[in-house]
Design a protein around this ligand. Structure first.
Ligand code: C2E
Ligand code: CA
Ligand code: CA
Ligand code: CA
Length: 280
């Protein structure tokens, strides 16, 4: 505690001070991370049920900090969103992912992952030139827009009118739009009416309860009716057990993602997985 003027005591926790310092330092380090080659992407398979054949991959960014080692995106993405650096970081991620997808297409042909998903934050969607930037990137890399999926959260799409327009423009370019973490944000079913969404990624918090007699299981089941009726695809996130996978398949889920099938992996490991799948 520090003494404030007038003899009152205000609580100024030294631990809180340290956390603020740590965040400020981490934010400063993050600004250097691209130039210092500390960022890289892992790819987590999205598979088809029940057999687990590769349907696509989701690009997930990683940061190898020179002192702290691997820092979780759950820590540095929110930091980058707060200070606006997410725009530059997100541009880097998108570039890497698009180049990787076109390398796979050239190297693997028909065996290449059909789709690559990239997470895009509210700030990126709110940048006025974002859709044309994506279009330019795709045409420079010679990648079919149908191969790129943009993952957005309900909260991001609903954040500004610009964001909603951006999603519409990206869909018009032929990209696939996925609503990420579905059910956890400021959900509004009207978003499914106003916005050209083709994938619904059902959040892990619902999938966790799917094998139990739980409200989550009821929601997981009823989302299939919505996605089928609206000609969307449902993807179950965070599937960790065979029981969950089996239960989801019975409920009508065609796509899933989670540690039960595969963890996020390097581009080389994706290639090895594909080679094993096609038995070559
Ligand atoms: P997300 O988009 O919901 O990604 C899924 C997260 O769940 C990933 O965590 C993934 O590793 C993890 N996961 C997948 N399957 C399982 C499972 O079976 N069990 C458990 N416990 N976890 C599973 P990760 O890679 O740590 O990323 C965390 C979040 O950071 C992502 O959540 C996403 O919101 C954000 N993020 C990651 N990369 C990027 C990026 O390039 N740009 C933006 N804007 N956000 C990103
Ligand atoms: Ca995601
Ligand atoms: Ca998610
Ligand atoms: Ca999540």
């Amino acid at each position: 505690a520090k003494a404030a003027g007038g003899g009152r005591w205000t609580w100024f926790d030294p631990i809180m001070d340290q956390i603020a310092d740590h965040d400020a330092q981490l934010a400063a380090d993050l600004r250097q991370a691209i130039n210092r080659d500390e960022l890289f992407l892992l790819y987590q398979p999205i598979v088809e049920l029940p057999h687990g054949r590769l349907a696509g991959v989701e690009a997930l960014v990683r940061w190898r900090h020179p002192e702290h080692g691997l820092v979780s995106p759950a820590e540095f993405i929110p930091l980058a969103e707060r200070n606006g650096y997410i725009v530059e970081l997100g541009r880097w991620v998108l570039e890497q992912a698009v180049h990787q997808a076109s390398r796979w297409e050239r190297g693997l042909g028909a065996d290449a992952p059909a789709k690559i998903s990239v997470n895009v934050s509210a700030r990126q969607l709110g940048e006025p030139g974002f859709p044309s930037e994506v279009a330019a990137l795709l045409s420079a890399a010679g990648l079919d827009p149908a191969r790129l999926t943009i993952e957005v959260t309900e909260t991001a799409v609903l954040s500004t009118g610009v964001a909603l327009d951006a999603v519409r423009a990206l869909a018009a370019l032929g990209l696939t739009i996925a609503l990420d973490d579905f059910g956890t944000g400021q959900s509004s079913l009207s978003l499914l009416v106003d916005c050209p969404v083709s994938w619904l990624k059902v959040d892990k918090s619902f999938v966790d309860g799917v094998t139990l007699d739980s409200p989550q299981a009821v929601i997981v089941d009823s989302l299939i009716g919505i996605t089928e009726g609206l000609r969307m695809q449902a993807v179950a996130e965070g599937v960790e057990t065979a029981e969950q996978a089996e239960r989801l398949h019975r409920a009508g889920y065609r796509f899933a993602q989670g540690y039960h099938f595969a963890r996020p992996m390097t581009d080389t490991d994706v290639e090895l997985q594909i080679a094993a799948q096609f038995d070559r």
